[in-house]
Design a protein around this ligand. Structure first.
Ligand SMILES: Cc1cc2nc3c(=O)[nH]c(=O)nc-3n(C[C@H](O)[C@H](O)[C@H](O)COP(=O)(O)O)c2cc1C
Length: 158
């Protein structure tokens, strides 16, 4: 899903073609074959780098504006952009371009999730807290879009 969602879009700000304004960070709660924890996705290598192992359901719930959706999801995907060089290159339009790429990436994650018969939802978030959570790796980056994916872990009985 991460690979399919990050294969680029036809846009003049993706120059050279396939270049990206977005980095994907991931909190895994319950994905077969992956330890629960915080990851960064390496697009070219199509691989996840573990930043911090642990069960972060509570933290993910907080980061997603203190809602249950991101705590109950199987995995949350955060689209971050390093805005300083983007704004230096594109001016104010850079922020809109990064938002657009983040939104389209999130949209592709929805499609990939539904194709796998999983649930998916966009979510709002506490911007600075997301950066802090993934720092030092994400220091200086800002979040553009968050997608929660998977089957909900129902914590209530029944
Ligand atoms: C970009 C985006 C952000 C969203 N943010 C939230 C959110 O923060 N909380 C929320 O409950 N739903 C949010 N939604 C709506 C959910 O996708 C969904 O429609 C809503 O949770 C109702 O789900 P239900 O129809 O299964 O009850 C967002 C949708 C999008 C596209």
């Amino acid at each position: 899903m991460l690979d399919r969602a990050t294969r680029g879009i036809p846009a003049d700000f993706q120059d050279p073609p396939g270049a990206t304004l977005i980095s994907l960070y991931v909190i895994v709660h319950a994905v077969e074959g992956l330890a629960p924890g915080a990851y960064v996705y390496h697009r070219r290598e199509r691989g996840l780098e573990l930043l911090r192992e642990g069960n972060f359901r509570n933290q993910a719930g907080y980061l997603g504006l203190e809602q249950e959706l991101p705590a109950e999801a199987s995995v949350n995907v955060y689209c971050l952009a390093d805005l300083k060089p983007i704004l230096a290159r594109f001016g104010n339009r850079g922020y809109r371009a990064a938002q657009l790429e983040g939104g389209i990436t999130g949209g592709k994650l929805y499609l990939a999730a539904y194709a796998e018969r999983l649930g998916a939802t966009g979510l709002t978030f506490y911007d600075d807290a997301v950066t802090d959570f993934f720092s030092p790796h994400a220091a200086g980056k800002g979040i553009m879009f968050l997608t929660a994916v998977g089957h909900p872990a129902r914590r209530r009985a029944g």
